[in-house]
Unconditional design. Structure first.
Lengths: 438, 432
């Protein structure tokens, strides 16, 4: 079975959980016999791990000819160009640096470079919609050149690419919903993103949702047939022991960490308010908010306002090793997400022997037992849980031990087997459909 | 006779390095040596050294009729010693002409004046001592950080024995009154006030090279004529500015050095003009009225208040958390701790956290090492957290050895102080 997979990012060049999930899943799939993957991303940097699959960068595809159906696609999808300021998922650092330049937003006509290739930034940013469009454009070429049985597109950024590929090859399309705009925006959905999402789901033969939470959203908000949507939980890559170097902890106090994009979706404000309540009771704790995002400045202001800034630290965006370093320094990990389709980071924390508190509004809470679960809005319960874990060592020891055990049993291989089943299903469905058509 | 009082402020912030959360408790060094050294060297070569040379030549050429005054912060002096000792030598040469007055201020360019009276007086004393050790002069006139002044501050300064103080001729304080007179403190009229003529001062500092300005280009003749247009009864025209105006704020190419070179000639060509240092001015003239300043003023920004350093949540939080530590720092009396304590008080740290930079963005971004005020705050608080940890560690385990070391350091310091005093006295004795 040959899979043509479209993603938006790939380790080590990631800005969120999407890249990590794609990597884990493809690694899991590579263990299945008779399954080859061609993974397409907008931009390859050359230092990605290609041992498990063939990685194709859209920036290295030659655009030789414009096919008729691509022209049609272009005609039908001109509405993809939307205002950049509305884009909900972006790399904040990138966003800030490009915010003041209209350099990218105005590039409506694609310029093919000297080698006949399109240039991609491969980042979330002001020119995102432009990139999605370009990507879809290239996807059709890719699907012509690479023989495949099934198309797999990750998240809304890649849906147009998946659809374009399907239009060319006629192979079944599986779309993988890692998040919906309902999660990212907290309800005030961007209608244009919604349109792209719905278009992808409608065109798909099968839909994979990362949790039942997301599955319900897909069914209820996007009007999909429940039979078409399957839940495949994410997992986590086991950490090799050499990666866990001894890190000197400079502070004596317990360290409570929030790690993620500092956006409304992740509920950073609940973390600060809970921290304030805990700090009123005990001084033997420090809070760290690691990450970056459009709410960072507001959070810094709030910490200053509450007068806890000497106990509440910010690190900015953390990459690669620094994430592990942060886990190694942490005594507790908190994920108070308002809406989290899955949430891999608590699993990574548990791997590093860090107890976790997660919100009930997260997909990962469906599979974890050895984690404290609270409603994201319940600051008092959150504060209570934080206090309990940092004060009572026996409690945190149990969570460490059992949590590690639990998370080690979550394997990408299982997710891969499940995904493989979905592929087979989709191919079967597609065949049946074609028979009916004939 | 009208006196022109030229005063230059010399200060360079000691910039903090990128101090991350991971460093807290592990690394106790806070300063960005590379940046500090390269900026100091750059400004020394582009501003301090050439400007000092010009001033020295002018004093000689005008047979001591040309006079200026300076205040140099302790933080700047420390950095000169480390990175540009030639600057100190050139200042010494200037001071030795007898035409240059050095003013007192806080050691670390701090805002202690609005927070803690004892800390404030300690810092002023430390600064005066430093000036005395280096230049052999005891400052008589006080100049607060950023010309910050209020009635209350004036009273404290006057109680410390200073005869006069420099401040801003802020419009909202003076109203229709002219800054070109002496004023006095409302609580203690003995303290005389020199008010900055901000129009003339800013004509040089901000507008000198702006070609859109209707008076551009500014010539020394034009400048002297403006002064000549003031009422003849007006006594003293106070031109106060950053010394970095020469060669930094205004680049060499703008002709600022030529302006400086020709200024004395243009001023002295009017018979009724002369140059005076603040001490001379307060001896010669009498205050014309009381200046009522209930709320602190400064020479910064359009508002002429403290809002560049204090007022937003971040600034207040950082400022309060810093001064909460004072008692412990003073009690522990650890040399290394005191040094960092001094540097952490620098007003520059709070300046970088200012969020109202849209109106005065130019100056706020001047050599600002941070991308945003939030960035500045995060970095500063990380440093402060480490500083806190050190204090707590010292509090719990005061090692006797360390105590001895502190004692010895103190003794050494006293010996060094007496040594310089003796050498100064010897010199005076020989001259007499």
């Amino acid at each position: 079975m040959k899979v043509l997979m479209f993603g938006w990012e790939f380790p080590p060049h990631i800005s969120g959980g999407l890249g990590t999930a794609c990597y884990g899943l493809t690694r899991g799939l590579s263990k299945i016999d008779d399954l080859d993957i061609v993974f397409v991303v907008p931009k390859t940097y050359g230092d990605e791990d290609e041992s498990k699959m063939q990685l194709v960068g859209a920036n290295s595809i030659h655009i030789n000819q414009i096919q008729k159906h691509v022209e049609n696609f272009k005609l039908r999808h001109t509405y993809l160009e939307i205002e950049s300021a509305l884009i909900p998922y972006h790399d904040p650092d990138e966003y800030y640096s490009f915010r003041n330049s209209d350099l990218f937003g105005q590039n409506k006509l694609f310029k093919v470079n000297q080698e006949g290739k399109l240039d991609f930034s491969g980042k979330y940013g002001a020119n995102l919609i432009d990139e999605i469009y370009k990507y879809a454009y290239v996807a059709s070429t890719v699907s012509m050149e690479n023989d495949h049985d099934v198309i797999h597109a990750h998240d809304w950024l890649c849906y147009p690419a998946g659809i374009a590929a399907k239009e060319v090859s006629g192979k079944p399309l599986v779309i993988h919903v890692h998040a919906t705009d309902f999660d990212r925006s907290g309800g005030s959905v961007n209608p244009k993103v919604y349109e792209i999402e719905k278009m992808g789901m409608d065109a798909a033969d099968k839909i994979i949702a990362v949790s039942n939470l997301t599955r319900n959203i897909v069914i209820e908000k996007y009007g999909q047939d429940p039979a078409k949507v399957e839940t495949v939980y994410n997992a986590v890559e086991p950490v090799s022991s050499e990666e866990k170097k001894a890190i000197k902890k400079g502070v004596k106090e317990k360290v409570v960490t929030f790690l993620g994009r500092i956006t409304m979706q992740k509920g950073p404000e609940y973390f600060i308010e809970a921290a304030y309540r805990v700090l009123k009771r005990t001084n033997d704790v420090r809070f760290v908010m690691a990450g970056s995002g459009d709410m960072l400045e507001k959070m810094v202001d709030r910490a200053a306002q509450l007068g806890i800034a000497d106990r509440f630290h910010f690190t900015g965006f953390l990459k690669g090793d620094d994430v592990f370093k942060m886990f190694a320094l942490s005594d507790l990990y908190v994920m108070p997400s308002v809406s989290e389709p899955f949430g891999i980071s608590p699993l990574e924390a548990m791997q590093s022997n860090v107890p976790v508190i997660i919100s009930k509004q997260s997909g990962v809470s469906e599979i974890l037992t050895h984690a404290i679960k609270v409603d994201y809005w319940d600051i008092d319960a959150l504060a209570d849980a934080i206090y309990g874990i940092i004060k009572y060592n026996s409690l945190s020891d149990i969570f460490k031990e059992k949590g590690k055990e639990e998370v080690d049993n979550l394997k990408w291989t299982n997710a891969a087997i499940h995904t493989h089943r979905v592929y087979t299903n989709a191919i079967q469905l597609n065949k049946n459909l074609q028979k009916v058509m004939l | 006779m009208k006196s022109i009082c030229l005063y230059f402020q010399v200060h360079q912030p000691l910039r903090l390095r990128r101090y991350r959360f991971f460093d807290i408790g592990n690394d106790h060094y806070y300063y960005d040596d590379f940046t500090n050294e390269s900026i100091m060297r750059k400004i020394a070569d582009e501003c301090y050294l050439p400007a000092n040379q010009i001033l020295l030549d002018l004093i000689k050429a005008n047979k001591k009729k040309f006079k200026v005054s300076f205040s140099i912060t302790g933080v700047a002096l420390d950095q000169f010693e480390q990175y540009a000792p030639d600057v100190i030598e050139s200042f010494k040469a200037l001071v030795n002409t007898g035409c240059v007055e050095l003013l007192a201020e806080t050691y670390s360019h701090s805002l202690a004046t609005v927070k803690n009276k004892n800390e404030f007086t300690n810092q002023v004393k430390a600064h005066s001592l430093r000036i005395y050790e280096l230049f052999g002069k005891k400052p008589k006139v006080f100049r607060n950080t950023e010309l910050i002044y209020s009635d209350e501050i004036g009273k404290i300064v006057s109680n410390m024995g200073y005869k006069a103080m420099l401040t801003e001729g802020a419009k909202h304080i003076l109203g229709w009154k002219s800054p070109n007179y002496l004023y006095c403190n409302s609580l203690n009229p003995k303290l005389k006030l020199l008010m900055r003529n901000y129009t003339l001062s800013d004509d040089i500092t901000f507008r000198f090279s702006s070609s859109g300005w209707k008076e551009w280009p500014l010539t020394t003749e034009k400048f002297a004529n403006w002064i000549n247009q003031f009422d003849e009864k007006e006594d003293v025209v106070n031109i106060f500015m950053d010394y970095e105006t020469f060669g930094e704020h205004q680049k060499k190419e703008s002709g600022i050095f030529e302006f400086l070179k020709n200024l004395p000639k243009a001023i002295l060509s009017h018979d009724n003009f002369k140059f005076a240092t603040p001490s001379e001015a307060i001896k010669e003239y009498q205050p014309i009225a009381i200046a009522h300043v209930p709320n602190a003023i400064s020479w910064a920004d359009e508002e002429r208040d403290l809002s560049a350093w204090l007022g937003n949540d971040m600034q207040d939080e950082a400022f309060n958390k810093l001064y909460e530590l004072r008692e412990d720092v003073v009690t522990l009396n650890n040399q290394q701790l005191l040094k960092d304590w001094n540097y952490l008080q620098s007003s520059d740290h709070f300046y970088y956290m200012c969020t109202k930079f849209f109106s005065d963005g130019d100056l706020h971004s001047y050599f600002n090492p941070y991308n945003s005020p939030y960035d500045a705050f995060i970095n500063y608080m990380n440093v402060l957290s480490d500083f806190q940890i050190r204090i707590n560690e010292l509090k719990t385990e005061v090692k006797p050895v360390e105590n001895h070391q502190t004692e010895l350091d103190k003794k050494d310091e006293i010996i060094a102080r007496f040594k310089t005093e003796i050498s100064h006295l010897k010199k005076q004795f020989q001259q007499a």
